[in-house]
Each structure stands twice: as C-alpha cells, then as structure tokens.
Design a protein around this ligand. Structure first.
Ligand code: CMX
Length: 138
C-alpha cells in the first residue's frame, strides 16, 4: 500500500507548519479538529503533487488524548504511518480483515470516521515492528 501520510506529534500546528512551509516548500491543504481523537490536525503537501503523500501535524487538545500521552511518554516527533487502503466503500474494512488474518489485529473492530471525511483504523505498534500504523480509505 502507498503511504498516504506521516503523522507527527507537535505542540503547535502553527509553529510546526511554518517549518514545513518555510524550509521544505510544503503547503497546508487541510486543517480541522478531530474531537473524538482529542487533536487538531493540519495536512501539508508538495504543491506540485497535492494528492501525494502528506505530513499530518497532530496537536493535542486534551492531556488524556492519545497524542498528548505519546508526547508525555516519548516526546515530540513521528507518531504514525498511514497507508492508503483505497477509496471504495469497504476498502478499510477489507484491508483490516486481511491484516487481522495475517496476525496483525486492528485496535478497533470496525473502521471509524477520521480526518478529511475518511474512514480509518489503527494497529498497535507491538504488531507493526514498533510503529503505530493507520489505514485510511473510503
Ligand atoms: N508509536 C510507537 N509506540 C507507541 C506509540 C506510537 N504512536 N504510542 C504508544 N507507543 C508505545 C508506548 O511508548 C509504550 O511502549 P512501552 O511498552 O515500550 O513503554 C506502548 O506503546 C504502550 O502501549 P499501551 O499501554 O497499549 O497503550 P497506550 O495507552 O500508550 O496507547 C495506543 C497506545 C497506540 C494503543 C494508542 O495511542 C491508540 O489507541 N492510538 C490510536 C489512535 C490515535 O493514535 N489517535 C491519534 C491520531 C488521530 C488522527 O490521526 O486523526
């Protein structure tokens, strides 16, 4: 599967986005609050390839969210790798089942709504060579 985005835990979307804009030439393509995940997120891409792999900045909105806990335990930096499961209905559910059958059980039983109106599902780092993996699709 192609990498859809790389998630990066930050303290401030604005400060981190300025780094990617100024020094790496990326542009911000989307920003929203994902209340269920207790984060605000911003997506940045290469303006020459806006639908290519992006960087998702994740700023915690509450100390008991997954990203705030990650920063407290491990510091700022790379939080997850998200793979593109495809855009058809049921794409994430099918990929989840393939991974479950192969011995990597998803953290959730079913896809749930994520940023940008997509369906998502996460896999624990202990089943994914030490990296939190997300499937994104739908
Ligand atoms: N990458 C690598 N390792 C991680 C990690 C991450 N992102 N998050 C936690 N860990 C490690 C911890 O450091 C800890 O390691 P040790 O056992 O070596 O100390 C271990 O995983 C802890 O695992 P845990 O006790 O099972 O659970 P946690 O409470 O730390 O939660 C996780 C970890 C992955 C289950 C939880 O963060 C989760 O459910 N994540 C999925 C949802 C999410 O991350 N949402 C935010 C992004 C939303 C978005 O992109 O829109």
């Amino acid at each position: 599967m192609k990498i859809d985005h790389v998630g990066v835990a930050v303290r401030s979307l604005d400060e981190a986005a300025a780094f990617y804009r100024r020094h790496l030439g990326l542009v911000e393509t989307h920003r929203e609050e994902v209340a269920a995940q207790k984060v605000k997120v911003a997506f940045l891409s290469d303006p020459a390839d806006p639908s290519g792999t992006s960087v998702e900045l994740l700023e915690p909105t509450s100390p008991d969210g997954a990203v705030a806990k990650f920063i407290a335990a491990r510091g700022l930096g790379m939080h997850h790798l998200a793979f593109d499961a495809g855009r058809g209905a049921g794409s994430v559910a099918s990929a989840m089942e393939r991974m479950r059958a192969g011995g990597a059980p998803p953290l959730e039983n079913a896809p749930r709504p994520g940023a940008r109106g997509h369906q998502v599902c996460f896999f624990h780092p202990k089943h994914c060579a030490g990296v939190l993996v997300e499937l994104v699709g739908g």
